[in-house]
Design a protein around this ligand. Structure first.
Ligand SMILES: NC(=O)c1ccc[n+]([C@@H]2O[C@H](COP(=O)([O-])OP(=O)(O)OC[C@H]3O[C@@H](n4cnc5c(N)ncnc54)[C@H](O)[C@@H]3O)[C@@H](O)[C@H]2O)c1
Length: 279
């Protein structure tokens, strides 16, 4: 069976762990080679541990175990020059670019009037400007291939509905939708499709950490904030009776949008949200 993205090259940002690693693996399983980029370092305003160089190495091992090629680089999506250099190097080694999963992102919390300038700025710089940077660096490469491509921007249910204590995250993720819709029009003549995915809570280190558990259960002592108890609170966000979805559920949506099965789908906001937005 030929893979659903066989022979394609995909850029995945935030590829060291979580959804980004899962996207790299899922696309590789279906025949794509991968350009993996991650900051693999801490951002000061993020209240949980971020990925490490070892995490990025693990992604490389898992893609190589699938007999696909991968070029990985540590780069910060806020730094356009560094991101472009990493992508240009990957394209030079792998021979082109067809797919982008602009997935890198952070989370932090605070009511709008209490957010620090740094919290706001880091959020917009990474979760919105960083997504634009990935698209901007990728477009000339995809266009040069002459046969179109697919760009998938990771937003969130917070790109379609409000969330208290996350004005900066919600603003950035709504901004991704405006970016996606505009790119979809600008790139349509080149048959480059652009869509966004909108996950509900995903079972990654972004939610399974002390800071997030405290936000969801401020009434409980730390010892009482178990995964089971928190699961009930996360479940209240969803219509389907699940607390969260798995990274692979989002990867399957990214794979679909990246594949020719979605060849006439562009400008679409695709929730993978267990019914959260409908609720
Ligand atoms: N986990 C959830 O509940 C959830 C829900 C909806 C949307 N999302 C979004 O999904 C995406 C992936 O999140 P995840 O759940 O895999 O979390 P995660 O923290 O496990 O992974 C995020 C990855 O992005 C990388 N990253 C962060 N800032 C970066 C930067 N400036 N430059 C390059 N890389 C950077 C991190 O190092 C990390 O490897 C994010 O955009 C997030 O906002 C997550």
């Amino acid at each position: 069976m030929p893979g659903r993205v066989a022979g394609k090259v995909a850029l995945v940002t935030g590829a060291a762990r979580g959804q980004g690693r899962s996207h790299a693996i899922r696309l590789a399983e279906e025949g794509a080679d991968i350009i993996a980029v991650d900051i693999a370092a801490q951002v000061g305003s993020v209240p949980y541990p971020m990925a490490t160089p070892d995490d990025l190495d693990q992604t490389v091992k898992e893609v190589e175990a699938l007999d696909r090629r991968i070029v990985a680089a540590q780069a910060d999506v806020r730094d356009y020059g560094a991101l472009k250099a990493a992508l240009d190097d990957g394209v030079a080694q792998l021979g082109g670019l067809d797919i982008v999963a602009a997935n890198a992102g952070i989370c932090s919390f605070g009511r709008a009037e209490e957010l620090s300038e740094q919290n706001w700025q880091d959020m917009i710089d990474i979760n919105l400007t960083g997504v634009w940077h990935a698209a901007k660096a990728a477009i000339p490469h995809i266009r040069a291939g002459g046969h179109g491509g697919s760009i998938v921007l990771t937003s969130s249910t917070a790109g379609l509905m409000p969330f208290e204590n996350m004005a900066h995250y919600t603003a950035a993720k709504h901004g991704v939708v405006g970016l996606m819709r505009t790119l979809a029009l600008e790139l349509a003549p080149d048959f480059i499709r652009v869509n966004s995915v909108h996950p509900t809570s995903v079972s990654t280190d972004m939610i399974h950490n002390k800071a997030t558990y405290e936000l969801f259960a401020p009434d409980l002592p730390e010892a009482g904030r178990t995964k089971e108890v928190l699961g009930e609170r996360f479940q209240a966000l969803n219509a389907l009776p699940v607390p969260w979805v798995e990274a692979r559920d989002i990867s399957n949506a990214v794979l679909f949008l990246a594949s020719d099965e979605a060849r006439y789908i562009t400008g679409v906001t695709l929730p993978v949200d267990a019914g959260s937005v409908a609720k």
